[in-house]
Structures are given as structure tokens and as C-alpha cells.
Design a protein around this ligand. Structure first.
Ligand SMILES: Cc1cc2nc3c(=O)[nH]c(=O)nc-3n(C[C@H](O)[C@H](O)[C@H](O)COP(=O)(O)OP(=O)(O)OC[C@H]3O[C@@H](n4cnc5c(N)ncnc54)[C@H](O)[C@@H]3O)c2cc1C
Ligand code: SF4
Length: 494
């Protein structure tokens, strides 16, 4: 597709007669973590005359609106962002609205461990990242500052060059027992649920319904970074669906979108896609790009819940919804054989129906890592023009081995608690962490993006989000994708 040139070289209309804008320095697609952290870093250095266009497919909704429409927001019906994959029917959740899934996330923000960046080299599994922990560390610090992360500075696994912005939350009694048993492997969970009031948010009150926080305490794009979209350099269009990119001669020339039912074309000096690991590859495929790994390798972590009934030890005394992280199944040579896992200690009421023993139960969630499989992918759907066809073939054998060994591997953890009985549940339907469909890497044959998240062969196109992860390590992805967005903007714009 080419843009028709006017008398002075500026395109007036595209070939189909749609209006074409004056050039924007930057066009950003999406308004959730990936886009907002990128935009934050870009605007910090951009001149006052910079022109930025932001396209958000969904509407703008206030926190009050979300509280008033609680069942609609949390019901995840089709059309509100639940995308199922055939044949397994696995849900992949995208909240299509200003702020995206920042509105519904639980705000758990661990860093990746240093060894996560070199799993292929160290253990012969999964994949290496094209950057090291040390290269990302300053951006982790910056992302944690913007998120307002609460945590313990003496983190046993992830070295830090700066303190956490907020102090850690109070631990529960089961946390304290695990901390005593595993002093070098246990830490209070780093999270963007404030342990003390911040400038814009109240303290988390441990109500444990974080998908829609009643007091707006957890970080969302709207409550902390909404000002980005009021910046005079930024034009935000909500209800504006990006359709594809116009790519000519190794550059994005323009972005096609639909606003109010009307097709529009925005000329773009640079484009950053933040539509997530499902919709970024979909947009790139619709734009005629065809790297063999594009859309391939969709995967995520696999969660397994363990209910532990305790003998005389009461849970639910902690300061927030999820209070502890235990790394005893995460690291080291065990990963050669089976996937590592991060253990979360939950602090939400799961009451035991026995008078006098209501609180003698704790939920542990064991989150296994996984790797890319070629069978799982995002592709164009000839029968649906609005969303991708998603195929998910289930976890890898490596991850299945980790899950199968959980009963045995959990024994030392349970030995640290006064356990009456425990029950390991089936793998959960989803962790809502789509990963791996636009992998970054050093080898142009096997990676869609380079280490700056620049699409191979299209120098003015960056593809953000967890699609860029070469593999899904046990840590939740959002802090890392936010730090990668900060780094991506810094690498290109200084
Ligand atoms: C219930 C739940 C709990 C979670 N809890 C955690 C947690 O505790 N910790 C953690 O690390 N992660 C968590 N996650 C995952 C986390 O939400 C995602 O990692 C994160 O939201 C991804 O950010 P993103 O910016 O890449 O994409 P998204 O948040 O998915 O946002 C994509 C944005 O792009 C927009 N968009 C899509 N297509 C288009 C288009 N064509 N044109 C214009 N705009 C478009 C969407 O409307 C949306 O605004 C959770 C997810 C869910 C669902
Ligand atoms: S625990 Fe309650 S107050 Fe804290 S972030 Fe979650 S919902 Fe909000």
C-alpha cells in the first residue's frame, strides 16, 4: 500500500481516499504497562514541540465506573477481553480499555532472578535472553519507583542498586515460619500494593480482592500515570483500533486505525506497539510482516494451588493479599530436569469451616516456568477480522515434569509448617501472562526483535511487552516488561 503524494511531497489521502495526518514523531498503540512506561521515558526527554499519537482500542473508564459495574468488569465475557483458544478453550485475558490489564492485575512485582537470563547456557533448557540482569537492573529500579513497589531491601536472590520505594508488608504467621526455615530463600513479596500511603494512593488494607481494588490502592495506569495522557504533546484517541502498519523500504510510514467507525491514517516517524503478546503479533501479521518466529511460541507460567490446613497456626495476619515469596523450588541445577517454580504465600480469607479454627488454613500458589513450543501460536483468523486465532498446545514436558514432581518437591516446604493435611489442586486455567510471540534475541534467524525491541529490518518499529520474552521464568512478567519498555525508549531516544 502506498500513500498518495501531494504537491509538496506530503500525502493527502491514502490510495483508498482515507485522510492522512501530518507526521507524528511517535505513534504508540495501547495504553497499558508496555506503552505507558515507554511513553513515560520518551516524554521525559522529548522536546516541547514533539507530537505523539496514542491509539487505545477500548474506552476510557474511571475507577468509580468500574466499581459501579463490578460484575461486568470482573465477568470477563467475550467482548470484554476474554479470548479463548481452540481446542483447549484456554482463556487469555485482555481488558480492552484505557490502562488495559493494569485495571485488573494483582500487582505482584518480582524481578527475574539473574540466572533466568541465561537458562540455555547454564542448564541447557528454555532460552537465553540477549541482555543480562545487570543491563536491566537500573531500569528495574526506575520501574519500581514508578510502580511504588513495597519490598524488603535485603532480597536474598535479586541484587539491588537502590532500596525499594516502600517498606515491605507485614508478614503472616505462615510466612514467618517459612522465613525461619529458609532464611536465604524467603522474602516478603515485592508488590505495587502500597504498604504506606503514597502521594496518589492509600495504603493497601489487605482486603484481597485485587482484580478491582475497592480503595484504588494497587498501581494502575490511570491512578499513577494518567497524567501522561494529558500531556500537551500527546494526542490520545480512545475507541481507536489500530488495524495495521504501512511498511515501505524497511520503515513504518504510517499507522492505519479506525476511529468512530471511520478509517484514518497517521504518518509516523517511529512506532511503539504495546497491544500485548496476542495483539502485537496479530497487528504485525496484518501488516505483511512474516518472520518465521512471528506469532509462534505462545506460552505462560502454569500455576498450581496448594491448600494447607494448619495445626494451631493462624493465617491471614499479613499486610496485603499475597505476602511471601519462597525460592526453594526456583533456582539451580534442578532446572536441567524440570521447570523451576516460585511459591507465593497468600493472605486472602479461605476460611476453614471449623469453629475456633477458621484461620488455620493457608493457600500456597506454586508458579512454574515454561518455554516456547512451535505448536502454540497466534495467527490471522480468516473468519474474524477483530482478533487473532490463538492455538495453545499446553505446557512443555519440562513444565509437566515440574508439576508431576510437586508432591515430592514440596515436602521440605511443608515440613516447615505445622501441617495437618494438604491438597494439591490441578493446574489452573491460566496465569493471564501471555508470553513469547515476538521473541527478542541475538540471532536474527530465531528472534523477531533485537535487544532494543526493534523489529528486525524495520528500524523505526519497536514491539513492547512480554511477547518479547524468550521464555517464561517463574516470576510474574509485568515489572520486567515495564523495565524493558523504559530500556527500549532509552536505547532509541537516549
Ligand atoms: C487478573 C489478572 C491478574 C494479573 N496479575 C498480575 C500480577 O500480579 N503481576 C504481574 O506481573 N502480572 C499480572 N497480570 C498480567 C499483566 O496484567 C500483564 O502482564 C500486563 O497487563 C501486560 O501489559 P501490556 O501493556 O503488555 O498489555 P495489556 O495490559 O494486555 O494491554 C494491552 C493494551 O493494548 C490495547 N490494544 C490491544 N489491541 C489494540 C489495537 N489494535 N489498537 C489499539 N489498542 C489496542 C488494549 O486495549 C490494552 O489497553 C495479571 C493479569 C490478569 C488478567
Ligand atoms: S489487598 Fe485490598 S486494598 Fe490491597 S490492593 Fe488488593 S484489593 Fe486493594
Amino acid at each position: 500500500m502506498s500513500l498518495e503524494r501531494g504537491a509538496r511531497g506530503a500525502p493527502l489521502d491514502d490510495a483508498a481516499g482515507n485522510p492522512v495526518s501530518d507526521p507524528y514523531d511517535l505513534v504508540v498503540v495501547g495504553t497499558s504497562f508496555a506503552s505507558s512506561f515507554y511513553l513515560e521515558r520518551y516524554l521525559r526527554r522529548a522536546p516541547s514541540r514533539a507530537r505523539v499519537l496514542v491509539l487505545e482500542r477500548g474506552p476510557r473508564r474511571s475507577h468509580a465506573w468500574r466499581l459501579a459495574h463490578r460484575s461486568a468488569v470482573l465477568g470477563w465475557p467475550e467482548g470484554h477481553g476474554l479470548y479463548s483458544s481452540a481446542p483447549a478453550g484456554r482463556p487469555w485475558i485482555t481488558h480492552v480499555e484505557l490502562g488495559g490489564n493494569s485495571n485488573c492485575w494483582w500487582a505482584c512485582t518480582p524481578r527475574l532472578a539473574p540466572e533466568d537470563f541465561a537458562l540455555r547456557t547454564r542448564y541447557g533448557v528454555a532460552a537465553d535472553w540477549p541482555i543480562t540482569y545487570d543491563a536491566l537492573e537500573p531500569h528495574y529500579v526506575e520501574a519500581e519507583r514508578l510502580l511504588g513497589v513495597a519490598g524488603d531491601d535485603a532480597h536474598p536472590i535479586c541484587p539491588r542498586s537502590a532500596p525499594f520505594p516502600l517498606p515491605p508488608h507485614r508478614l503472616s504467621a505462615p510466612d514467618e515460619a517459612l522465613a525461619r526455615a529458609f532464611p536465604t530463600l524467603f522474602t516478603p513479596q515485592p508488590c505495587a500494593r502500597p504498604s504506606v500511603p503514597t502521594e496518589r494512593r492509600p495504603r493497601c488494607c489487605a482486603s484481597g480482592v485485587c482484580e478491582l481494588c475497592p480503595v484504588d490502592a494497587k498501581f494502575t495506569v490511570l491512578n499513577e500515570l494518567g497524567h501522561l495522557y494529558e500531556d500537551p504533546r500527546v494526542t490520545l484517541h480512545v475507541d481507536a483500533r489500530c488495524e495495521s502498519l504501512v511498511i515501505e523500504g524497511g520503515r513504518v510510514e504510517a499507522v492505519r486505525y479506525v476511529l468512530g467507525g471511520r478509517p484514518e491514517v497517521a504518518r509516523a516517524g517511529h512506532v511503539a506497539l504495546g497491544a500485548n503478546a496476542l495483539f502485537n503479533p496479530w497487528l504485525l501479521l496484518r501488516s505483511g510482516l512474516a518472520h518465521p518466529e512471528l506469532g509462534v511460541g505462545l506460552h505462560e507460567q502454569v500455576g498450581v494451588e496448594v491448600r494447607v490446613d494448619l495445626d494451631g497456626l493462624e493465617a491471614f495476619g499479613g499486610g496485603t493479599s499475597i505476602t511471601g515469596h519462597l525460592y526453594s523450588l526456583y533456582l539451580g541445577e534442578r532446572r536441567r530436569d524440570r521447570a523451576g517454580a516460585l511459591i507465593e504465600v497468600w493472605n486472602v480469607p479461605e476460611l476453614r469451616m471449623e469453629p475456633g479454627r477458621w484461620r488455620e488454613r493457608v493457600k500456597l500458589k506454586v508458579i512454574f516456568e515454561d518455554e516456547r513450543r512451535p505448536e502454540s501460536r497466534v495467527a490471522l483468523d480468516p473468519d474474524d477480522d477483530a482478533r487473532p486465532r490463538v492455538t495453545y498446545a499446553g505446557p512443555s514436558d519440562w513444565t509437566r515434569r515440574g508439576i508431576d514432581a510437586l508432591e515430592q518437591d514440596l515436602a521440605p516446604v511443608l515440613a516447615a509448617l505445622p501441617v495437618e493435611r494438604h491438597l494439591i489442586g490441578p493446574p489452573l486455567a491460566t496465569e493471564a501472562h501471555a508470553i513469547g510471540t515476538t521473541p527478542m534475541g541475538d540471532d536474527p534467524e530465531t528472534s523477531v526483535l533485537d535487544a532494543r525491541l526493534v523489529y528486525r529490518g524495520v528500524e523505526n518499529l519497536q514491539v513492547l511487552g512480554s511477547g518479547a520474552f524468550p521464555c517464561a521464568t517463574p516470576a510474574n512478567p509485568t515489572l520486567t516488561l515495564a523495565a524493558l519498555s523504559l530500556r527500549a525508549a532509552a536505547e532509541v531516544f537516549g
